[in-house]
Design a protein around this ligand. Sequence first.
Ligand code: HEM
Length: 359
Amino acid sequence: CAHAVDSHLDHYRAWMELANDLPNLIESRKLRDLVHKMPVLSTHLLNSPQELRLAHLALGFITMGYVWQEGQHAPAKILPRALAVPYWVVSRRLGLPAVLTYADSVLSNWKLRDPSKNMDLVISLPGGGSCRGFFLVSLLVEMAASSGIKVGIVSCSDPASVNRGLLDLTASLKKMKEIFKLMHRKKLTVCGLYYFRWRDNPMLPEGLVYEGVSNEPVLLSGGSAAQSTAIQCFDALLGIQHDNESGAFLTRMRDYMPPAHRQLIETLSDCPSLRDFILSCANPDLKQAFNDCVLALEDLRTYHVSAVTKYIVVPANRAQETGHSDRGAGDKLDATGTGGSSLLVFLKSVRDTTRKVLI
Ligand code: HEM
């Protein structure tokens, strides 16, 4: 990615300069003025998938900063042409929506810091180390999930290899939970991304107008780990089917994943049922391995509920009580777009459905 930037740096300098200085420009409330002075750049020099993904990442972060610079109570309702048009075109070419997705802010927002090889973000939001830790810990959780996804691809053959695969998947899920705990240890405050969307958001009920694209406002959810391909792959693999509203929300989140990720979930969902295979084997070890996997996923979701309570629900309730809410603490959260139900009802229903596949 970094090389891609270098090669076209001059043409896209206007974007990268803003993106690289975003925390400062948002905090000093200068970003909107600078976006108004930005030229409308053509996207024709962006050719490789890496260049397009980097452009999506940079334009997504600038857009977030532009819309929410003045805090959650005063969002911009129109995205200026110089941002809206190239962002729309790049998004179309990638098969992604023109909004900052989890695939942007977490999956493609990292680089190695030389010579230590520690990881750092490519683009940040205000919130310093807290924001950095939030994105990087999410990335590490995803990396821990990757060995589990490989299991999904090699399984469904003989009982011994299915057994080995399930043990690996359980190990992967347990590792994800251990890494997730780093968020607590670092006493993070979650940066505002979870509130910053223009769908199911009472602050932008009609959505956002992309100037030069359409006069009609567009409704789009913001980046959320509900767009994590890994977890939906595990659900598909274990045969976990979520209830109407929750299931519909999670399926809609696939529209925010890169097309190849979406395809992987669909391919796994179409595979012959792993659970049926295990039932047909009547092998106690295999049954135990499958159940351990389901319980590890349920446990990860229980842990997630506690994190969301701590970082979102409690601060939001406190903000409501004191009548004060800043950029990071939403006060209308019960109305989020998680299928119409409140956040915790949604997350607990997804968690409880997980154990229904236990054999
Ligand atoms: C403190 C950190 C976190 C917070 C505050 C948080 C918050 C949320 C929220 C608000 C939702 C509801 C969907 C939405 O409104 O967009 C959600 C869903 C979800 N989150 Fe997180 N999240 C955190 C960390 C993580 C991590 C590290 C993962 C792991 C990949 C994760 C995976 C998920 C998944 C898979 C869903 C969809 C529901 C499910 O399948 O269980 N989250 N999260």
